[in-house]
Design a protein around this ligand. Sequence first.
Ligand SMILES: [Zn+2]
Length: 121
Amino acid sequence: MDKKAFFDSVTHMEEQISDLYGQLTSLKDNLQLVLEENNRLAIENTHLREAMAEQQAAKAEQALVSPQGNHPEVDQSAGHDNLMQLYKEGFHICNVHFGSPRINGEDCLFCLGFLNQQNNK
Ligand SMILES: [Zn+2]
């Protein structure tokens, strides 16, 4: 191999390493995003499970108090409290974004509309 061909070969290798480094950086960024998304989903999942358990407990309690189940308005208010709690914890309860975290805890018009609607029932 002559000196020029050898030099070109090393230059080519250098470019490939630089490319690979770029790909590695991009993979690392993607991994970071996936980990964040995973955390977000784990937290969201926990909140939804808690809300579901509370709702089921409230229903069970209600069933004990009135075996005929003639008080749907009480069930509804328990569910409303749970949703209000979820909203206060920073999650959407509106149909548009249900269960996703509210960005920077900013109020959502759809959620507030939904809560007002429930309050006026
Ligand atoms: Zn919302």
